[in-house]
Write a protein that binds this ligand. Sequence first.
Ligand code: ZN
Length: 491
Amino acid sequence: MIKKFEEIKKNTPELITFLKAIPKGADLHTHSLGASYSEFIYEDAIKNNDYYDLRTNIFLTQEEYNKSDKSREIVTIEDFKNNHSEKMFNAYSMRGWDGIHNGAKHFFNTFLCALSSKRTENQMILEMVKRSINQNVKHLEIISECIPEDLENLFINSLKDFKFDLKNAETYCKILDTLDTEENYLKVKEFLDESENFLKENGILDFSVRYIPFLCRTSSSLKDFFVEAYLLMLYCIKDYRIVGVNIVEPEDDIFSRENFENHLEIIRFVYRYLSDKYLNSSKKINLTLHAGELNLTRSPLEDMNDRICSTIFLTRNKHEQKFPATKRIGHGVSIPWEDNADELLKFMSTNKIPVEICLSSNDIILGIKGEEHPFSLYQKYNVPMIICTDDEAVSRSNITLEYLKAVKNYNLTYEELKNLSRNGLEYSFLEGEGLFIDKNYNDIREEFKNTVSLHDWKQKFIDYRELILKNEKLKKQIELEISFILFEQKY
Ligand SMILES: [Zn+2]
């Protein structure tokens, strides 16, 4: 297999076929809004809307049109379909980017366009799941909205009479506690049940999807950010389908820059408050945060000095940087610019803090690819990495292409490739115990030692049925190992 892989690597189309079929543990960093291809957005937009604004590339319903300036630049959906759809495809993904001007701006604008289509979150997730199954991905953790809007508003309104001051954080939490009721949780549960049922109704019966709701760096005021931090972390503890909390929007935006420390402090405060409140809960708050998605054209050195380090510890104060709170880092591109990068990389390696690697996205938004990307640096220090898509539709990519870029750019061996795939499940937030001891793939847990053939695994499934069914992570990891055996038999 090792030799064969080296041969296959020489032929890119053959390598694509190989990488499309190879079992992949998971995609742990994928935004639903960025994963929906404009071809499908187009189909739904035609069904849901009556007009299209050529100036802004935004779809409008009849009601929205009535409230608009009714410019001649707003065309009927029929006119749009016949004469202007190309414009939309260019605006809704990086396909229309000229490769010269502000790629990041084009990138972030696509989301506003996609939102106007009224394509639902469930439809986007269904599209992602189908595409993942097609490429042999076992598990998805989707960065998406998974709290009903009216509940979010209810929480936000509870602090509406306060002028925000972090000194009063405790008071705010006490007020928010009054909304931590069974009745409100049921609203979240029903919302998630509905999403699950939607997948089932569409033929997705055995695929694990988990949700990672997100905080907004730029579009939320600090007060709303605080409330949302409470809301998302609370339901991360309460519902097994919400596995973590993330933070999105550009790190280099002026508001984000100014409030970097405030955001960290809010996350840290709420994280500690709710962790203490639910000390005995078996479900914990998992944080996976975008950090270091920066380069010198977007950010001065002063900002990049400690972005990743501070995000891991949720504080800029060096004296308090003892216990890492953040379990995964998204992107981590600016790592070479960190103060004491060597120390930080060793820390990440020892403490197994992985980086969600998004190669296409980093290329498009930051212009960082190939040798300039810190992939090899992380590899050198043995920092775990997970290959992820970030916004596959906007980048016109998919998980196979991301693996392809990793294999080709960093000349991966078959074993390295396989371990990257395993990382997807090992560092997932799936519930229960895992298959490996101390995240070491050469050290399998006692019950499954010396399990080699398909027949052996079948027997283990019978012998340890209860244990396997109780631990979703273990179950998925065993499925992945079995898939590797089946895959390798073909080569
Ligand atoms: Zn992202």
